[in-house]
Design a protein around this ligand. Structure first.
Ligand code: CAA
Length: 241
């Protein structure tokens, strides 16, 4: 029986690459998504990966969603918390909506999702949880007090949950991607990208979603049992934490 992996925000960007890589590595994959039905349908047509729609910022929706995945595919062995949004703006111009949207979708979602799977993982003495944080949770980023706070919060959460479950066969790790060529990064003002981001990346380019997916496959392997509470950076040398 192959292990069941659930990836939030799994039909686009980094999440889609993670789903594909896990499928190629032999996992039974479930891709959660929030809103874009068209992208989800196209993703399933193309990959054969099952998609499940719910909002990860809603605790009860996560409860129902994870139960549906378990009923269809089996209990979740691997959770990849990938879903995330940006609502960039300087703090002196930021609305409460911008703040709460990012904290709810990027950070509270990690509690909402982990809470659904952790008891089963503890009962079965196996689990892999990987949360996609960000370089901007490590170094901070102007225009992103909300996002940087959420992403730094994910790293603290990861370290605490790793300690709680170290004796239960469960590893909990974070990955901090740098600037990856996804819709999220391409939505930035082009002049900011050209002037303030690309020149700071020593390898001289944006990352590829597949380069992050590779990190996930590494961390969730059965053989990665001794790696827990770690933060794996993949940022082209932009920030060496
Ligand atoms: N580094 C340094 N300077 C920056 C900058 C940055 N990342 N972003 C903006 N600036 C500069 C601008 O060039 C501008 O300088 P000048 O006045 O000299 O031209 C000044 O800050 C003000 O910028 P704006 O005129 O754009 O002001 P604004 O209030 O309209 O917007 C902003 C400010 C919200 C920060 C906007 O510039 C922005 O969205 N910047 C991008 C922020 C960013 O890096 N987001 C990352 C998105 S990708 C992601 O989050 C994925 C991940 O995990 C890495």
């Amino acid at each position: 029986m192959s292990r069941v992996a659930l990836v939030t925000g799994g039909t686009r960007g980094i999440g889609a690459a993670v789903c594909r890589a896990l499928k190629d590595a032999g996992y039974t994959v479930a891709a959660n998504y929030a809103g874009n039905d068209e992208a989800a349908a196209a993703f399933t047509r193309e990959t054969g990966i099952a998609t499940f729609k719910w909002d990860v910022s809603d605790f009860n929706a996560c409860k129902a969603g994870v139960a549906e995945v378990a009923a269809k595919l089996g209990p979740v062995d691997v959770l990849v918390n990938n879903a995330g949004i940006t609502r960039d703006g300087m703090l002196h111009k930021m609305s409460p909506e911008q703040w709460y949207a990012v904290i709810n979708t990027n950070l509270n979602s990690v509690f909402n999702m982990c809470r659904q799977v952790i008891e089963g993982m503890r009962d079965r003495n196996f689990g892999r949880i990987v949360t996609i944080s960000s370089i901007n949770g490590q170094k901070g980023q102007m225009g992103q007090t909300n996002y940087s706070a959420a992403k730094a919060g994910e790293i603290g959460f990861t370290k605490a949950l790793a300690q709680e479950n170290a004796r239960k066969g469960i590893t909990v790790n974070a990955i901090c991607p740098g600037y990856i060529g996804t819709e999220m990064v391409r939505a930035m003002p082009q002049d900011v990208l050209d002037k303030h981001v690309l020149p700071l990346i020593p390898v001289g380019r944006l990352g590829e979603p597949e380069e992050i997916a590779r990190c996930v496959v590494f961390l969730v392997a059965d053989e990665a049992a001794f790696i827990t509470g770690s933060t794996l950076t993949a940022n082209g040398g932009q920030y060496m934490a």
